[in-house]
Design a protein around this ligand. Structure first.
Ligand code: AMP
Ligand code: MG
Length: 403
């Protein structure tokens, strides 16, 4: 059985191999959050385009300044002012943050280190050449590439694009992810389930996870535990970029997902992973489409999506597969788990004096969505571990959607 790291690598290898250039579209910078960039963005000019003051204070010639020095202030420069005149020897100019430094000045003295009396300014300390000035072109040269294809657009990347006037960005189309739940007991979320039925919560969590991952969810509803219905809905799913199924991959008599996929030509690269929850997770390729069969227990579905579907979506978006957001934390309470499988347990990490401390939450197993809704991370216990003492360092997989 593969470890979860091996299973992730298997997915990266197979999905990476089939990676073709994504179709692209132009997206307004206002709407491009979470897209992956498909072009180079270059600066339109030097950044900054003038020597910029980073402080409110006085523009001076540093060689003229020492503690106790008095100079006459001959003017004022605000951010946005056009500056043509050079600073005359023996004078200073009041200057604001973001304003252009006049020629002849080579330092800004913060207003906090001066005293003003009418036109006179008294300096309390010496000045160093270059202080509080960002020189023209020092952040970026004109025509320099500042964003490259494959970068995921977060708020800083979008601000940078906006800064250089790239108001529309060529982005990779988001991968379309077909979501198909399975199970005779599953009903629509707006139906009232019978006593022995359940609502289809997995399609909701999967759609949210797809969206956070930068994909587009295509909800195919639920297939009965019966070959004809399964086949028909799988066929629809294979028209999308990825197919994610939930349920029907365990050992039960009515777990038919693998059989149906195999009949339709799927090749499986794994059909179990050494993790709990989530052990029966299946990954393969069917007619060129990556297919994931995730176990139906809601927490298993969520964990296996984070571990296995995410890297595939990254690659299909034209980006590199992001590493798992693992963090080292101190274990708050001793724990004992059966060795052999890596555990991903609903847990809460809290920061005590800045240091992360994690505690597993009480739960009733992989059906317990309520426990996960209290969690902000999964506590990861390596397959080889059995007993872990309080105070030991452990890994946690952050729930980035709530943290
Ligand atoms: P399975 O993987 O099909 O054996 O299902 C395992 C457990 O997950 C069962 O208790 C199912 O009722 C539950 N389950 C399966 N599909 C869903 C779904 N779409 N939403 C919520 N729970 C589900
Ligand atoms: Mg089932």
């Amino acid at each position: 059985m593969l470890t979860y790291e091996q299973a992730r690598q298997t997915i990266i290898d197979h999905v990476g191999k089939k990676k073709e250039p994504r179709a692209t579209l132009r997206v307004s910078v206002w709407n491009a959050l979470g897209f992956v960039l498909a072009e180079e963005i270059k600066t339109d000019r030097e950044y900054p385009s003038f020597d910029r003051s980073t402080r409110d204070g006085y523009a001076v010639k540093s060689a003229e300044i020492c503690a106790g020095k008095n100079l006459r202030c001959v003017g004022e420069i605000k951010a946005g002012d056009t500056v043509r005149e050079a600073l005359a020897p023996g004078t200073c100019v009041q200057i604001m943050t973001g304003a252009a430094v006049p020629a002849g000045a080579d330092a800004i003295v913060m207003i906090e280190y001066t005293q003003r009396d009418c036109d006179g300014v008294k300096f309390e300390r010496a000045a160093r050449a270059g202080q509080n000035i960002v020189p023209r072109g020092s952040e970026a040269r004109a025509g320099q590439t500042i964003l490259t294809p494959g970068m995921r657009l977060g708020y800083a990347e979008l601000a940078l694009a906006a800064q250089v006037g790239a108001v529309e960005l060529k982005c990779a189309k988001k991968p379309r992810v077909a979501i198909l739940s399975t199970g005779d007991e599953v009903v629509l979320i707006d139906e009232t389930p019978g006593e022995f039925q359940i609502r289809n919560s997995n399609s909701v969590s999967l759609a949210a996870q797809v969206r956070i991952a930068g994909g587009e969810a295509v909800i195919l509803g639920n297939a009965a535990d019966e070959m004809r219905d399964l086949r028909a809905k799988i066929k629809l799913g294979l028209q999308e970029d990825v197919l994610v199924l939930s349920g029907g991959v365990s050992m039960g008599k009515y777990d038919l997902v693998e059989t149906a996929l195999k009949e339709m030509g799927a090749e499986f690269h794994f059909d179990a992973v050494a993790i709990r929850p989530g052990k029966p997770a299946v990954f393969g390729m069917c007619r060129g489409v990556p297919v994931f069969g995730l176990p139906g227990n809601p927490v298993s579905t969520m964990v296996t999506f984070e571990l296995f579907v995410l890297p595939a979506l990254d690659l299909l978006s034209g980006a590199e597969a992001r590493p798992l957001p693992l963090l080292e934390a101190r274990l708050g309470e001793a724990m004992q788990e059966k060795p052999g499988l890596a555990h991903f347990l609903p847990a809460r990490v809290e920061w005590h004096g800045g240091a992360p401390v994690v505690k597993a939450l009480k739960w009733q197993g992989s059906g317990d969505v309520a426990a996960l809704a209290q969690a902000n991370c999964f506590l990861v216990i390596g397959a080889e571990r059995e007993k872990i003492e309080a105070g030991e360092n452990v890994l946690v997989l952050l729930r980035k959607d709530v943290i």
